[in-house]
Design a binder for this molecule. Structure first.
Ligand code: GDP
Ligand code: FE
Ligand code: FE
Length: 197
């Protein structure tokens, strides 16, 4: 029997069907990460007066497109009305922004709040809904994450969700600069809004 990770699917598909599609679309390690993000999203929702089951679903599917081949992302960006500047970035950015399009097609979820949270889960944005913040932060602090600073990130995020967003953006920006990687403009704009202590 398939284990169920959320009560509501916001889709004509059943929970079992969504779980099966998700499992099929990624390796075991990524699937485990998605379960971790789902559980952490549920906890953060409970702490921030948000629908825990909706958060658990959004967290579960946030990386649905993580292992989609580059060619497919590029084809969608070129033909489905996406900002062509996306082509100057890479799959780290695409799997959320373009991933939400793939999720709408394949998981038949059209709830705008869920799709926006998926779009923003990697880069964040200047404006973020409670669900955007929950998924963004849960992705960073879920139990399988292990990097210097993760315990502090958990402490900060469980005490205050906005502060968790700021902590994560500062950490991600430092990491990108350290590795001489391009900063997606939205990531930088989000940092300027959310990093203020
Ligand atoms: P994951 O999908 O669970 O691995 O986590 P994320 O979706 O948050 O991040 C995926 C990758 O995107 C990470 O390696 C981040 O460092 C990277 N990333 C986040 N923001 C930016 C950005 O502005 N520019 C670039 N090049 N990479 C970014
Ligand atoms: Fe991701
Ligand atoms: Fe993730």
């Amino acid at each position: 029997m398939t284990k169920i990770y959320f009560d509501k699917t916001f889709s004509p598909l059943t929970s079992e069907e969504i779980v099966a599609k998700e499992k099929n679309n990624m390796d075991a390690k990524r699937f485990k990460h998605c379960i971790g993000v789902s559980e952490t999203s549920r906890k953060l929702a409970q702490l921030n007066n948000y629908d825990p089951e909706k958060a658990a679903l959004a967290g579960f599917i946030h990386d649905y497109a993580k292992q989609v081949p580059n060619e497919r992302f590029i084809e969608i960006i070129k033909t489905k009305g996406f900002d062509q500047d996306l082509l100057n970035y890479n799959r780290a950015i695409w799997h959320g922004i373009v991933g939400s399009y793939i999720i709408e097609q394949e998981l038949k979820i059209s709830d705008p709040e869920i799709l926006t949270a998926i779009k923003r889960h990697t880069t964040a944005d200047t404006e973020m809904t409670t669900l955007d913040k929950i998924v963004f932060v849960a992705d960073f602090i879920e139990p399988n994450r292990d990097f210097p600073g993760v315990d502090e990130a958990r402490k900060v995020a469980f005490a205050n969700l906005d502060a968790g967003v700021g902590y994560e953006l500062a950490h991600t920006l430092s990491f990108l600069v350290e590795n001489r990687q391009k900063i997606y403009p939205k990531t930088l704009a989000a940092y300027n809004v959310w990093s203020i202590k």
